[in-house]
Design a protein around this ligand. Structure first.
Ligand code: ATP
Ligand code: ATP
Ligand code: MG
Ligand code: MG
Ligand code: MG
Ligand code: MG
Ligand code: MG
Length: 280
């Protein structure tokens, strides 16, 4: 270890550890993707290739970082959930966020040509921002995931109707915006059906629900297990520390498991009940 009179500058580094024993979510989001989508002529309202690329990049992030239990993506964003027992990089926020963002970005660019074979990337290249937020309870985490999926649903219903008015109804974007101003979900559903014969329920799941990426083990029949215990006390945690072999085995199991991409409802209990390993 080199010692020098300059080494004191290390003391200027601020600690930024995420709160222990909490679910940490790292959310990344494409920088200026409204413009990026126009540059590469993304189909409106949903470009399937762009979503598949986001999903493929997120999948690689899970493959390379076994501490991530599940991820949820919509549009140009992805949320990566770190298990509450995760101690990767001593839970330092900047290390975790920057590693996830750069791994994701690297794969997004690396895989681009697979999904857009006819359109080479040119500068400025796509980039992503990222942040980490800690959720102390399982309910908070579930609510976070629900929040993102509800957002996906609301935006997609709006965008599907908005672009139908333009592409099929011949409206300008101003006219379409005005037409939808103050409407509720049921109005948009009705408008889609009566005017364009589109049943929103029949739209592709990937657009309506977004994408969930997780490790696939055997499905569990609902009602045959106890869901992860909420709010274990500090005494309980101290009394039964996870042994090193147990941690190693969990890690090995996670590394081996297949990482899958699905488009499922993550708001209702069913998804979580059937996959108890995600939150236990
Ligand atoms: P910021 O840098 O603040 O995030 P932004 O332009 O990326 O700005 P967002 O709110 O993140 O704004 O919105 C992302 C935009 O990217 C969407 O509004 C949409 O226009 C576009 N977009 C992302 N993915 C797709 C896709 N698969 N198909 C079509 N458009 C997409
Ligand atoms: P961490 O993930 O904690 O950063 P690390 O293995 O990347 O771990 P660093 O402290 O970042 O550790 O050190 C980077 C190491 O990479 C150097 O010690 C050196 O061995 C190697 N390295 C980086 N750049 C070069 C280079 N141009 N030529 C040879 N070796 C290099
Ligand atoms: Mg943004
Ligand atoms: Mg963005
Ligand atoms: Mg976004
Ligand atoms: Mg290094
Ligand atoms: Mg270094």
């Amino acid at each position: 270890m080199a010692n020098s009179k300059y080494e004191y500058v290390k003391l200027f580094e601020q600690p930024d550890q995420l709160l222990p024993n909490t679910w940490a979510v790292v959310r990344i989001d494409g920088r200026g993707f409204t413009k990026f989508a126009n540059k590469y002529n993304f189909e409106k309202p949903n470009d399937k290739r762009a979503l598949d690329l986001m999903n493929a990049a997120a999948r690689q992030v899970l493959v390379e970082l076994p501490d991530i239990t599940i991820a949820y993506g919509v549009s140009d964003e992805y949320s990566f959930v770190l298990h509450k027992t995760c101690t990767l990089f001593e839970r330092r926020a900047s290390k975790l966020v920057s590693t996830i963002v750069s791994t994701f970005t690297a794969y997004y660019i690396f895989l681009w040509s697979t999904y857009f074979p006819e359109t080479p990337l040119t500068a400025p290249l796509p980039s992503f921002d990222g942040r980490a937020v800690c959720y102390p309870s399982l309910q908070n985490l579930r609510d976070y995931m629900s929040w993102r999926q509800v957002d996906c649903h609301i935006n997609n219903l709006y965008n599907t109707t908005f672009w139908a008015l333009i592409q099929l109804g011949g409206m300008s974007s101003t006219e379409a915006g005005e037409k939808l101003n103050g409407t509720f979900s049921k109005d948009k559903n009705e408008l889609l059906y009566s005017q364009f014969n589109i049943n929103y329920n029949n739209e592709p799941e990937i657009y309506k629900k977004g994408s969930v990426v997780f490790r696939d083990y055997e499905l569990v029949e609902p009602g045959t297990h106890n869901t992860a215990s909420e709010g274990e006390s500090i005494a309980e945690l101290a009394a039964q520390p996870q042994s090193k072999t147990q941690v190693d085995n969990d890690r090995k199991r996670r590394t081996k498991a297949r990482v899958v991409i699905e488009h499922l409802d993550i708001i209702r209990d069913d998804f979580w009940d059937r996959r108890p390993w995600l939150l236990s």
